[in-house]
Design a protein around this ligand. Structure first.
Ligand code: ZN
Length: 442
């Protein structure tokens, strides 16, 4: 969630905050507590000292430890000092019956950092897996983009259960992975989350797909996402991604959150998902704490991916257009087969054909723009430039030596937004039930 946040959070030098509260009230917040000797019990301090030594969930203040001398140091009023470096915002929470638990995440190149969780005892069930999920998020995103830059993370219980601040997420386990992801953007790479929500919520949704798959021990599925945008493109309710999130209207959620993973799925269909993620990691390192604009991002990506993707960024970010490709004709002459691909959308895309050959027949000849994915299946690619002369059709010539072709699929990985993917298959499937797909992505 980002709409209630500040539009551009400037990063001041070291931030120091002091809170004076009745003794017995536990305080959490952005930063590192500077005076535990003055505000915590000796027992709590001893327990805290063990947090970084294992992945166990350590109870710092239990549900039965309430009031001055139990939840906190004894006294009438206590002053809590927090200090934070490189933060663009601050959040804090307090309650007189918080349960305080802590665990650790081990950050590459940096070592263990504490994860604190403060919650009301009646909501313990919503925090039962929060430590483990947050640990996975901090460790996974550190490896994916750049090491978590802050000295701790705190999960705060409260009426808002899905909001992010530097080093703090107001979240239980339900949104912990997503909210922890915001520590990279907008907290570390200080993007303008209101003007350009896609660089914040959108990137976060993409990385959540990768993290979710990793936590289940499976490969992420990015096929299908890019093609799915074809079903949305054309809605007059949709604002382009470069519109301010505050002006995105009824499709705000799609524009700000959901569309970016579709865009990055298509980008992965052009350059490969690993290349996309490597470039995004370089972007994170280079632009950390520097407030990149969308132009900084797209030019960075063009350089990192070593190609001019101006056309790609233009259609995805500044328009709501999509690809609309189909196979309009297949004709064989001698050993060659000409596949006529028609493009009715405004957004161009590379032409990617999966060609399934008969098991027997003439020897398969190599084509320079083809790769075999098994003994009888080739994937052949022509660059997006084939559309740049303005033509609506492109004749893709297959020259594999005359082996009979059983089927051809346009955009087999389902990466390019398509109004009707069912016309991407040759021969046209007969008797396809309403809503059924003509092919499986992959
Ligand atoms: Zn979010």
């Amino acid at each position: 969630m980002q709409r209630t946040s500040m539009s551009l959070r400037a990063i001041p030098p070291k931030m120091v905050l002091c809170f004076t509260l009745p003794a017995g009230w536990i305080v959490s917040g952005t930063g590192v507590l500077q005076n535990p000797d003055q505000v915590l019990t000796a027992t709590a301090r001893q327990r805290l000292a063990t947090v970084l030594s294992s992945d166990a969930i350590v109870t710092i203040v239990g549900p039965d430890e309430i009031g001055p001398g139990q939840a906190t140091a004894a006294g009438d009023r206590l002053v809590w000092h927090f200090a934070a470096d490189k933060v663009n915002d601050f959040a804090w929470a307090t309650a007189k019956k918080f349960v305080w638990q802590a665990t650790r995440a081990t950050i590459p190149t940096k070592g263990p950092v504490p994860i604190h969780m403060v919650f009301l005892p009646e909501r313990a069930a919503q925090f039962a897996r929060a430590g483990e999920i947050s640990r996975h998020a901090l460790e996974f995103y550190s490896k994916l983009w750049a090491p978590y830059p802050f000295p701790q993370l705190t999960l705060q219980d409260g009426p808002s259960a899905g909001m992010e601040y530097p080093m703090v997420i107001n979240s239980n386990q339900g949104a912990a992975d997503h909210e922890a992801g915001h520590q990279w953007w907008p907290m570390m790479v200080g993007t303008n989350e209101t003007r350009y929500g896609w660089m914040d919520e959108g990137f976060n949704q993409y990385m959540n797909i990768l993290s979710g798959a990793d936590s289940r021990g499976v490969a992420p599925i990015l096929n299908g996402h890019g093609q799915a945008y074809g079903r949305t493109s054309g809605s007059e309710d949709e604002a382009a991604m470069m519109w301010s999130a505050n002006d995105a209207g009824s499709m705000y959620g799609f524009q700000t959150y959901s569309k970016t993973p579709l865009m990055l799925s298509m980008l992965g269909g052009i350059v490969g998902d690993e290349a996309v993620q490597r470039a995004m990691s370089e972007y994170t390192h280079v632009w950390a704490f520097k407030h990149p604009s969308p132009w900084d991002y797209v030019f960075f990506m063009n350089n990192a991916l070593k190609q001019d993707l101006g056309w790609f960024w233009y259609y995805w970010l500044w328009t709501t257009e999509s690809v609309d490709g189909r196979i309009s004709n297949v004709a064989s002459s001698g050993a060659r087969t000409t596949v006529t691909v028609r493009q009715d959308g405004q957004m161009p895309s590379p032409v990617v054909l999966k060609v399934k050959f008969a098991a027997e027949g003439a020897a398969l000849k190599a084509m320079p723009n083809a790769r075999m994915i098994d003994a009888t299946t080739a994937v052949v690619t022509w660059p997006v430039d084939v559309w740049f002369n303005g033509s609506r059709t492109f004749d893709a010539v297959l020259d594999f030596g005359g082996r009979a072709i059983e089927s051809i699929t346009l955009d087999p990985m389902c990466r390019f937004p398509d109004r009707d993917p069912n016309d991407n298959v040759w021969p046209a499937p007969a008797g396809l039930a309403a809503g059924a797909r003509a092919y499986v992505c992959g």
